[in-house]
Design a protein around this ligand. Structure first.
Ligand code: PRT
Ligand code: ZN
Length: 295
């Protein structure tokens, strides 16, 4: 029995999705049509598709897991809901890439003060369900103009008064003389599953994969810190190590007053942390990268 994961074939999430699975030790033989990759190292196959298709493939049971932006998953779920279908997806892990926000923007020249200014406006978007749901909740009537791309040019073409689109740096908005005035959703890539239970063997495999994913996510920030410290400052030093659980304390040959301290810091270690450790009496401080981690 094999697990199937759907990921984006090409686009903003494609490389990072593959990199994550690669870091989890998954390797694949690529098929010629490149749509289906066979897992060599674990019984996990890949389906390479357009990101918009991933939620539906999950709901239809074509794949067991999918990596897609929350923006896309939420839009598809709202669309299903508006068609009278109650469906859900479980977000198993936030993957910390593909960060963006779905925002409303109006022409720079527009006098905008509050959300109610959208009343009666035409809003161009590729996210009609998210947009309608957001404004409906605020009791504001808007008319959506559905576009599948180049949403940002709609106001200058006169086909909409405002837009709702994804923003990351804001460059696209500025280039089109638009200003971001409200945020509808914050998004990043997520690992999704349906809420249908998996067969036992697949669940065991998924649990194993999740442990590896957690290890990969954690390792990005983690550092292994080694230092020498006065025995009486141990409590203070342990407190100064960012995100470290009980450190290992080792004797130093020929020294009664000082010990070696080793700890895994699961949060970023900045120069400020090292300076504070030194001020507390630490010396010989070494910060090493962590390659792999399994909790
Ligand atoms: O072909 P396929 O359908 O698979 O891909 P796609 O073209 O629909 O999606 P793609 O690859 O562009 O984006 C995939 C996912 O990346 C999105 O669904 C988001 O979850 C995430 N993401 C993160 C973004 C952005 N950042 C982003 N900036 N998706 C799109 N953009 C676009 C945005 O639409 C706008 O045109 O980038 C422009 C704005 O960027 P800035 O930096 O100028 O603000
Ligand atoms: Zn898409």
């Amino acid at each position: 029995m094999r697990l199937t994961i759907a990921i984006q074939k090409s686009g903003r999430l494609a490389q990072k999705s593959l990199a994550l699975l690669d870091q989890c030790g998954l390797q694949f033989t690529q098929s010629k049509d490149k749509l289906f990759w066979f897992g060599k190292t674990l019984p996990v196959n890949l389906l390479l598709v357009r990101d918009d298709d991933i939620p539906q493939l999950l709901l239809d049971g074509v794949c067991d897991l999918g990596i897609v932006g929350q923006n896309v998953a939420t839009e598809v779920l709202l669309r299903q809901c508006s068609d009278g279908r109650e469906v859900e997806l479980n977000a198993l892990r936030a993957l910390d890439f593909g960060h963006c926000r779905l925002s409303a923007a109006v022409p720079e020249t527009e006098q905008y003060q509050r959300l109610e200014d959208f009343q009666g406006k035409r809003i161009a978007t590729s996210y009609p369900h998210l947009t309608e749901d957001f404004f409906r909740r605020q009791d504001i009537d808007v008319q959506t103009v559905r576009l599948s791309g180049s949403v940002e040019i709609a106001p200058s073409l006169g086909i909409a008064d405002a837009i709702v689109d994804l923003v990351s740096t804001g460059t696209t908005l500025r280039a089109n003389h638009l200003k971001e005035v409200a945020q509808l959703l914050e998004s990043q890539a997520m690992l999704y599953q349906t809420n249908k239970p998996l067969a036992v063997n697949k669940q065991i495999l998924l649990d194993r994969l999740l442990l590896r994913i957690d290890g990969v996510l954690q390792v990005r920030e983690s550092k292994y810190v080694m230092l020498h410290a006065p025995r009486e400052a141990l409590a203070q030093i342990a407190h100064l190590l960012p995100g470290a659980e009980s450190p290992t304390v080792l004797p130093l040959e020929g020294r009664e007053d000082r010990v070696a301290v080793h700890a895994v810091c699961t949060e970023s270690v900045f120069w400020e942390h090292l300076e504070a450790l030194k001020a507390a009496g630490a010396s010989a401080v070494l910060v090493l990268p962590v390659e792999k981690m399994l909790a």
